[in-house]
Write a protein that binds this ligand. Structure first.
Ligand code: SAM
Ligand code: FES
Length: 352
């Protein structure tokens, strides 16, 4: 293998930092040997900070109404084919309760940007989950809001927030989203969430339409500098009812390689093996863990609505009950020598 590539990877291993051009060089020259070497480094850190433990988050997709119109997303408001649903507070609480019984200590409430739920509604849901289970962490993934709303959710008991930055390049952001959506606002939200005291998850899609190696290098540099507690990445996958229906999906190889690089950049970071990764390859999530990921996020949503939360085509786990999913994942995770644990799964070092 090219000695310059090995040198660059080894430099990342030592410094946990590279110049933008160096990240770009690695990405442009991805090859099986380089992936293998990166995964070996990544697994060493994964072992050092998390042993063979894999954390679980129970995902409740509580609404697929969305005011936004991201060109890549199946639940964009412009998609007339999408059958819409909203879960009632009672249903959301039942999902969380069921998750608790199944061993989940983190619930992620995710949805489109749906302002039919007022801040008070969201706070009420958070409070009720926390009242029933004070050792359950409530994570929100409900998009961009103003400071007062984020603060109110935090005060009500939510302690983590997932908001992918989608791309660190504002020009690519503008090509993936309609004009009314602002890259700067999304970035400001991430900073705000961190300042409030949330454990924050950023993240990006891999090989979204028009994305270059330079763009991905910018994503890695952003993660290196911003240091979110979690970074969620998955391949871009096309959805038949979006303007990007005919675009090619991202690859398994690039996603796995980037997982390893992320682990090397910030060894303590939480990195999920995402559903999108499991969608493009039957063993994608297992391979994600072997590349350095340490979180999986099975679905706790009622099976009756699963298919309607269709962000991209052929999404997996839309027919299974929560209990089936967790059992399936336990088997998958142990098949590669790891173990799912009943734990809130904080980022190592967050609560010093
Ligand atoms: N509305 C919230 C938000 O904007 O953060 C949460 C829901 S949003 C649908 C969750 C994530 O799905 C997005 O951040 C995006 O990265 C991912 N996503 C959407 N469409 C996708 C696609 N076609 N392929 C892969 N990932 C996609
Ligand atoms: Fe859902 Fe396997 S994780 S069925």
């Amino acid at each position: 293998m090219d000695s310059k590539l090995i040198e660059t990877l080894d430099k990342l291993n030592t410094n946990h930092s590279l110049e933008l051009e160096e990240y770009q060089l690695l990405i442009e020259n991805i090859n099986p040997d380089l992936m293998k070497r990166a995964a070996e480094y990544a697994v060493k850190y994964q072992e050092q900070f998390y042993g063979n433990k894999v954390f679980i988050r129970g995902l409740v997709e509580f609404t697929n109404y969305c005011k936004n119109d991201c060109y890549y997303c199946g639940i964009r408001r412009g998609n007339r084919e999408c059958e819409r649903y909203r879960l009632r507070t009672e249903d959301i609480i039942s999902c969380a309760n069921e998750g608790y019984k199944l061993g989940f200590r983190t619930v992620v409430l995710q949805g489109g940007e749906d302002f039919a739920y007022s801040d008070e509604d969201i706070c009420d849901i958070i409070r009720r989950i926390k009242t029933e289970h004070d050792d359950m962490v409530v994570t929100l993934s409900i998009g961009e809001r103003e400071h007062n709303s984020y603060q109110a959710y935090f005060d009500a008991g939510a302690s983590r927030f997932l908001l992918r930055h989608e791309t660190a390049n504002p020009e690519l952001y503008a090509a993936l989203h309609p004009e009314e959506m602002s890259w700067q606002h999304r970035m400001d939200c991430l900073k705000d969430l961190k300042n409030i005291g949330y454990q924050v998850g950023a993240g990006f899609m891999v090989q979204s339409p028009g994305q270059t190696a330079r763009d991905l290098a910018m994503d890695l540099k952003f993660i290196e500098e911003f240091k979110p507690d979690m970074c969620g990445i998955g391949p871009y996958i096309s959805h038949k009812d979006t303007p990007f229906a005919k675009e090619e999906s991202g690859t398994l190889e690039m996603t796995l390689f980037l997982i390893s690089l992320l682990r090397m950049i910030y060894p303590q970071m939480l990195i999920p093996a995402t559903t999108a990764l499991g969608t493009i390859h039957p063993k994608g999530r297992e391979m994600g863990i072997q590349a350095g990921a340490n979180v999986v996020m099975p679905n706790l949503s009622p099976t009756s609505v699963r298919k309607m939360y269709s962000l991209y085509d052929n999404k997996i786990c839309t027919g299974e009950e929560a209990a089936e999913c967790i059992n399936c994942l336990k088997g998958r995770v142990s098949s590669v020598g790891y173990e799912i644990v009943e734990d809130a799964g904080d980022r190592v070092g967050f609560y010093k």
